[in-house]
Ligand binder design. Sequence first.
Ligand SMILES: Nc1nc2c(ncn2[C@@H]2O[C@H](COP(=O)(O)OP(=O)(O)OP(=O)(O)O)[C@@H](O)[C@H]2O)c(=O)[nH]1
Ligand SMILES: [Mg+2]
Length: 368
Amino acid sequence: MERAVLVAVSIRGDDSTLSPDESLEELGELARSAGARVAGSLVQRLPRATHTYVGKGKINEIMRLCEERRATTVICDDELTPTQQRNLENGLEDIKVIDRTALILDVFARRAQTKEGRLQVDLAQNEYLLPRLAGQWSHLERLGGGIGTRGPGETQIETDRRLVRNRITKLRKDLDDVRRHRGLYQARRQENMISVVSLVGYTNSGKSTLLNRLTGAGVIAESRMFSTLDPVTRKVVPESGREFLLTDTVGLIQKLPPPVVAAFRATLEELSESALMVHVVDVAHANAAEQAQVVDRTLSDLGLADKPRILALNKSDLLETDAEVELGGTVSRLLTEQGNAVMVSALSGRGLGDLLEAIEAKLEATTA
Ligand SMILES: Nc1nc2c(ncn2[C@@H]2O[C@H](COP(=O)(O)OP(=O)(O)OP(=O)(O)O)[C@@H](O)[C@H]2O)c(=O)[nH]1
Ligand SMILES: [Mg+2]
């Protein structure tokens, strides 16, 4: 198992949703989802961003920590610029340097199952790679200008870039084809006039578990991050009331890398075709409120702020056992701030009747 040291910097005045420690905790979960073992971690507060990601002096400290903990990999909690990546790699000698984006892409690559999912991840990986190709050949670029410097190095960069660009074009086209095919299904679905309800939420909040519980669909639900990458749709047949289709979606996360958003944009935008969104929140999570805020913001960015929405406060079974008093504040705030909130537990089944009723009522109101 790969042993990794996690590194985060906190730049004065940045307005991250999570504190550096909370963000590192999440990074640790991501690392474990990618099959790594967290051997140690380190946070540095800096007045401003640097070309080495951390401060110069910190590099030796990271080296020592890696030696002490027998770690071979350093994972940074932000997306590194190509320059930061190169400088950090030079400073850390034999230690592999990975940034948050590369880690998320790695987790995604492990999870993608359908053709569309694999194409999306492949596209995101290539988009991530393109601006970083130059860095890999920088030892030749650094020779400076003049005679003899337009040698094989530069040619190689050009060749590599062209190959990656061609691949990106091809992947975009393949994705379009896959989606057009799915679009046909959607058109048929709309002809049947059956409403589509989509589950949205932070990764690991319990969307797939809820889908399984309500529809008996065998969707993988695990305590790993990003277990769902591919939209799964199943029919829900309530004991009383109308049938509707329920769709699971990829989980969201803070600092979601731009290439990932770009690659998954079309899938996420399909949410606009659903009649209603159920925002699933893990109320038992210490950062439930922050996670809900990240989801709200992402949905707004996708132009979905006005889409009818119900808040499903999931994992309520854990509130009775864990520090309920402490969590109570967040929960009651979420409950009152957002009008349509229902306490549920996908695991125990608690509140699912109420959720179905709320969905029913909202569908009546929006499609009437
Ligand atoms: N205690 C408790 N655990 C739950 C509940 N709902 C889901 N879980 C657990 O939470 C973990 C994540 O559940 P998933 O359904 O995979 O979460 P998801 O939102 O689909 O996650 P991604 O697909 O990764 O975005 C699993 O271990 C579930 O068993 C619940 O109501 N109570
Ligand atoms: Mg899931």
